[in-house]
Design a binder for this molecule. Sequence first.
Ligand SMILES: [Zn+2]
Ligand SMILES: [Zn+2]
Length: 388
Amino acid sequence: MADEIAELRHAIHREPEIGLDLPKTQAKVLAALEGLPLEITTGRALSSVTAVLRGGRPGPVVLLRGDMDALPVTEETQLPYASTVPGVMHACGHDGHTAMLAGAARLLSARQAELPGSVIFMFQPGEEGCAGARYMIDEGVLDAAGERPVAAYALHLSSQRLPCGMFSTRPGAMLAAADQITVTVHGRGGHASTPHRAADPIPVACEMVTALQTLVTRKFDVFDPVVITVGSFHAGTTDNVIPDEAVFLATARSFSQESRSALAELVPRLIGDIARGHGLTAEAIYAAEYPVTVNDAAEAAFAAETVAAAFGPERSELAEFPITGAEDFSYVLDQVPGAFVMLGACPPATDPLTAPTNHSAMATFDDAALADGTALYAELALRRLART
Ligand SMILES: [Zn+2]
Ligand SMILES: [Zn+2]
């Protein structure tokens, strides 16, 4: 099946789509699933595909997820199957996830009679910032087989760090929560030569930027790390005018609910207090984006054992640290115990440590990883259903 899976991946790669509405990708998935003994439903608010395979023997439900969306990146890989859509690229490997999940649906369908339980295949749009998983949960993906899954698994290809074919997971926090902070400092403009007659927002905003870094080191446990990065800072027009306001944007990453809640409380308070200290006002909008992706310890161990049993222990890495990226599979893992597993897809001739990262215009994912990823999806479902 390896060629078939690679072909489907290339077809999706050539015609990438962004966001929640991916009609061409959805059509390719539906075509790939055609003729299989699946109960298929499509989304209303998004172009998702939910397929349920009911095994021939009674048993629980397991959910497998693959995301389908691309990114607003102009591809520079020169691959023969490179994107034909200007400004859009499958730079995060989701084309591979979709193809592998469709392959797993085929593998498991062939063993329907012996399957002790049901499998939900979750083909999800809108992972990159649109919370597609949350929409699919709202539309009932977790109840698609009639009862809640006992476990949920997602695979994610990585174009770097991991050698091709290496699987990596860990118990507990796997990926960060990512939130956005928007700060507006309200001052009072005036002549730059007489700042005492104005209320200058710039030094106050600068003080906030450095105070946020102090907050990170003084209010958070070094073993439960937090990252705050101010990535955008705007104020003023020229050297001799004090502006009315200063605005900056920051991203906040955290790995526990405790730290995340503390960020949401402490950041706006600090911003407000600094502004007040200087006789100005400020508002900090703390917008929650994706929560922490938390692997269930038992399910992560089960996934690692499954990798070792299927491919050999040398193919299974227990990641020492979580990843500071974020994932909306976190919404699934909030409700169902499961595991998020990374799969190295770095081209064999490239050094994984210097290869272009996911989201890069040069990111390359090798087809060699696809067959094993497909097999792992199927193995996880088979072994997990057989276990209970
Ligand atoms: Zn991504
Ligand atoms: Zn991704």
